[in-house]
Design a protein around this ligand. Structure first.
Ligand SMILES: [Fe+2]
Length: 237
């Protein structure tokens, strides 16, 4: 199983504080069958240049690799980023370098406001560059957008990631299961930041999916993730 969204790299953003915590996050993930973790550290253009971000990410990965010490019981890590939308993001030099390692997939965190035409156009421009945007935690925007805006967004051919909590919250579980059944979710992520308030929780969500929709739905989710990772394999890497 792939966890498509996790702040597992140590000391680079508001996620894992140190390499020991990262290893424990990976251990917890492995315990419920995760074999691939996408390390999607926050990229905020106003805080980091691309070069600085990539350098810090490489250093954080190096610290984590040392702590993992070649253990083969831990998930494989693919380096990526969670890119926060900003005006001009589609014209950023080197944007493709923030795609998930070996793919054209870009995890894009949209702003938490009603999306404007301009924002939608930028997403479309990113798509036209041959980068495949994946909307991070779609459930966090849905109540902000009107139906038509969300429809227009989905028509831009973005892929959809949702967090485990979409399934685990009583308020949204029905909606999450409905979306999954209709093929509206391509990637599941824990968006884990630590071991307490935002701990890896994909296992609980997968358990719920299995109870409500059957084992086939869980396998389908994994097939989806692998299919899209393979499908979007590396024009940029
Ligand atoms: Fe995140």
């Amino acid at each position: 199983m792939t966890d498509f969204h996790m702040h597992v790299l140590p000391g680079i953003d508001d996620g894992s504080k140190n390499a020991d915590m990262s290893v424990e996050m990976l251990e917890r993930s492995a315990a419920y069958g995760v074999d691939t973790v996408c390390a999607t550290s926050h990229f905020y253009a106003h805080e980091n240049s691309l070069g600085r971000f990539l350098r810090r990410r490489a250093e954080a990965f190096e610290r984590l690799s040392q702590a993992m010490d070649g253990r083969d019981d831990l998930p494989e890590i693919l380096l990526g980023a969670e890119v926060y939308y900003f005006s001009g993001v589609s014209a950023m030099d080197g944007l493709e370098r923030l795609c998930l390692e070996g793919t054209d997939l870009l995890l894009l965190e949209m702003p938490f406001v009603r999306w404007t035409d301009r924002m939608l156009r930028e997403v479309q421009t990113i798509r036209s560059l041959g980068i495949q945007p994946v909307a991070a935690h779609i459930e966090r925007y849905m109540h902000i957008q009107d139906r038509r805006t969300m429809q227009r967004f989905l028509e831009l051919d973005v892929l959809i990631q949702c967090n485990a909590e979409f399934f685990l919250s009583r308020r949204t579980a029905r909606q999450a299961l409905g979306m999954l059944k209709q093929g509206g979710i391509q990637f599941l992520g824990s968006d884990a930041h630590n071991l307490s308030s935002r701990a890896p929780d994909l296992g609980e969500a997968l358990g719920l999916v299995e109870r409500k929709l059957g084992r086939g739905a869980v396998l389908q989710l994994e097939d989806n993730a692998q299919f899209f990772i393979r499908e979007n394999e590396g024009r940029f890497s």
